[in-house]
Design a protein around this ligand. Structure first.
Ligand SMILES: [Cu+2]
Length: 136
């Protein structure tokens, strides 16, 4: 019990320190999609408006702000209202410039999708989501 409380206090103290971490990339480009969470802010391109039903695409993710050591470990897409995801498993890789590339994405029907991004560092993790309205 005491160890848990100590761990919780330590976590809060660390979170306070990490929240002042400087921005990693300039995400002022308004053509993309901002994916915001408590521990990270990501910028995804191409923007949802450029996506088409049934057309394969690759999504590039850039970390704009993040707690120290945060990495993107998974990206996927789902339709919350329908309870399904994509029919394909995207492949995520890290580029030399620090950005991430998710290849093999395909949204197979129009409607309300959601990008789901899992980020993780050595001591915290978070699932970020962003709504994507795919026009017919
Ligand atoms: Cu659906």
């Amino acid at each position: 019990m005491t160890a848990n409380i100590a761990r919780a206090i330590c976590f809060v103290a660390m979170a306070a320190l990490l929240s002042v971490a400087p921005a990693l990339a300039d995400c002022g480009d308004e053509t993309g999609l901002l994916i915001k969470g408590d521990t990270a802010v990501l910028h995804a391109t191409p923007p949802p408006s450029a996506l088409e039903v049934g057309e394969p695409f690759a999504l590039t993710l850039e970390i704009c702000e993040a707690a120290a050591g945060m990495e993107v470990i998974r990206l996927n897409a789902r339709m919350p209202a329908h309870g399904h995801g994509m029919n394909y498993e995207p492949e995520l890789s890290r580029l030399d410039d620090g950005r991430y590339l998710a290849e093999g994405m395909l949204l197979h029907m129009p409607g309300e999708w959601e990008f789901v991004v899992d980020v993780r560092s050595s001591d915290q993790s978070e699932r970020l989501t962003a709504a994507v309205d795919l026009k017919p």
